[in-house]
Structures are given as C-alpha cells and as structure tokens.
Design a protein around this ligand. Structure first.
Ligand code: HEM
Length: 135
C-alpha cells in the first residue's frame, strides 16, 4: 500500500520545496495564517495570545525542516510528535475545518508557486485531520 508521503512524492519531491520557496516563502505563508488567528472565534482563544510570535516561529521552523530546509525546529523542539503536542488543545472537526480555512486564505495571500501550493494544501488536509482529538 502507498503511504501518504509516497503519494506526495509521486507529485513532487517534497524536499525540493524549500529550494523553491525558501525561508521567505514559508514566512509569507505562516505570517498570513497567524495574522488571522487573534480575531478568530474558535482559534483565537486556543493559541497563546502572549506568544503568538513564538507560535508563528514554531510552525514556520517545522515546515522549513519538514520540506528540505535547515533543521532548526528539531534542534530547538526535538522530535515533532505533533499529534501529542496538540493533545492539550480540544481539536474537533470544526476547529480542524477552521484551521484549514485560515490556511487556505493564507495560501491566497502568499501566492506561492501553484505546484508548491497544491502539495502543501494536500499535506495540511491530511495532517489536520490526523490532529483531531475530540468529537
Ligand atoms: C487541526 C487544527 C489545528 C489546530 C486547532 C492547531 C492548534 C495549535 C495550537 C493551539 C498550537 C500551540 C501554539 C504554540 O504555542 O506553538 C499549535 C502548535 C503547533 N502546531 Fe498546530 N494546530 C492544528 C493543526 C496543525 C497542523 C495541520 C500542523 C502541521 C502540519 C500543525 C503544526 C503545529 C506545530 C509545528 C506547532 C508547534 C509545536 C511545538 O513545537 O510545540 N498544527 N497548534
């Protein structure tokens, strides 16, 4: 059976994404995402209001590490264990859908190359569903 990451690799080599969009591309995307968080009625109260810049940096560094860039995230945070790290937050279908909605808006704002956008959108769709931990 194909794993999710094998399916992705058939479309493009995921480690090449950093080479295409660089730090700057990931920064644009993640900044556009977090810009929407404080005013959001579901996500606004989940994220740390006093450390939104830190949260922004953690997501950006994770994506950079995951898609072929420097390993800063691992050096600072260790193994991602993303599902475990999300357990303190109550993530139901509505929170998951809202996260994707904000990320989709961020893609529109960031205007990344279309092949990168398609790849990352598919990645987020899967990962966000995996993060659901509450009915
Ligand atoms: C399904 C909806 C999601 C919700 C509601 C959610 C919410 C959160 C919250 C509240 C935090 C804590 C912010 C912080 O202080 O860092 C967080 C952290 C984080 N999230 Fe999510 N998240 C979701 C999906 C995702 C997805 C799809 C990814 C990646 C593909 C992701 C990656 C991360 C990372 C890398 C961190 C920082 C982890 C750490 O090192 O502590 N999240 N998320």
């Amino acid at each position: 059976m194909l794993t999710a990451s094998n399916q992705h690799q058939m479309i493009m080599d995921e480690a090449s994404i950093y080479g295409i969009i660089g730090e700057e591309g990931f920064t644009r995307l993640v900044t556009a995402f977090y810009r929407q968080v404080p005013a959001d009625d579901i996500l606004g109260r989940m994220y740390p209001a006093k450390d939104l810049a830190g949260a922004e940096q953690r997501l950006r560094d994770f994506l950079i590490y995951r898609f072929g860039g420097p390993q800063r995230y691992i050096e600072e945070r260790g193994h991602p264990r993303l599902r475990g790290r999300h357990l303190p937050f109550r993530i139901d279908q509505a929170a998951r859908d809202r996260w994707i909605q904000l990320m989709n808006k961020a893609f529109t704002d960031a205007a990344l190359p279309i092949e990168v956008e398609q790849f990352l959108r598919a990645f987020f769709e899967q990962m966000s569903t995996f993060m659901i931990n509450s009915g």
